[in-house]
Design a binder for this molecule. Sequence first.
Ligand SMILES: OC[C@H]1O[C@](O)(CO)[C@@H](O)[C@@H]1O
Length: 361
Amino acid sequence: MKRTASPSSLIRVGIDLGGTKTEGIALGAAGEERARVRVPTPRGDYGATVRTIADLVARLESATGSAGATVGIGIPGAVSPATGLVKNANSTWLIGKPFDQDMAEALKRPVRIENDANCLAVSEAADGAGAGCGVVFAAILGTGCGAGIVVDGRPLRGRNAIGGEWGHNPLPWPTDEERPGAALLLRQIRLPGNLRVRPRGRRRPPTDHRGAPDRGGHRGAGGARRRRGRRHARPAGGPARARAGGDRQCPGPGRDRAGRRPVEPGVPLRRLTPGDRPLGLHGQPGHADPPRRPWRFERGPRGRLAVAARGGRGQRSKLYSGLSITSRGVPGTLSPPPPRRAAVAAPRPSRTGGVSELVRE
Ligand SMILES: OC[C@H]1O[C@](O)(CO)[C@@H](O)[C@@H]1O
């Protein structure tokens, strides 16, 4: 006979939906761990993701001999208060979906959805590194990079449900290689097919984390590691106690990966101007929701232009190959990686009328 949950046998199920794995835990009435299951996340398949979580809940309930457990799910990104749809998820197949509703329907009960970094921050504030602290900041380095702020035990979501998100924001003390900002941040965009964006002109030779030429391993990996260390260190310089979660390695505030080198800010803080407006998460404009104005690139010195696309309800911005892009007069190129040339995508408006400007020479 199926047992139903009574207050004494109440099971609380928590699910961590990650980019590579999905893990569920069943907690007993006193918060003790009763069961735990981890499965691969069906990447790219929204329906399968919903089913996987529903199966996980069923497995946890059967492992604990319970039914009707309460369910909370930590997700990358957030459910937008404006649209009720998922936004900012590095697991991009969730973007634009009514995930909370679909999960409630699949599980036949209400579910609570929260940003994974907020879950981490609440957990650390409750009984982890931030226990006893009034304000706790926790950074998560998983498939994506995010963070949460908790005040007096409750997450600060903010009006756009992005409170604490630091992963895709401009950093203080930009270095020369990061200026003017937008050109660099353009690299974050996932382009259709094989296309990629790179700044035009001088290319820095790959270096390791000490700045020496990187010989071996992946080309440029050392340089990337060094930059990553610096960039994570800068915003982390502030809080008294910070906690990093997620399943990727983090060099740690102010240190390189080996924990040796202090990271110095080097250059003074430069205020970003509207023209520097970086592309936000997954090509959306900043973190604004809904976008207050479309971003665009300006006409460059050679009169060539620019692609501009409007982000919007979770859809990716569209960029096209074969055009030059500029940002505040600093040219970059949008090109297919050699030697195989990707087909030039024909400019076409996105389904929601996304292309705001497209100018050819
Ligand atoms: O999953 C880790 C983090 O990645 C993000 O989706 C950003 O890419 C955040 O919203 C989340 O907290």
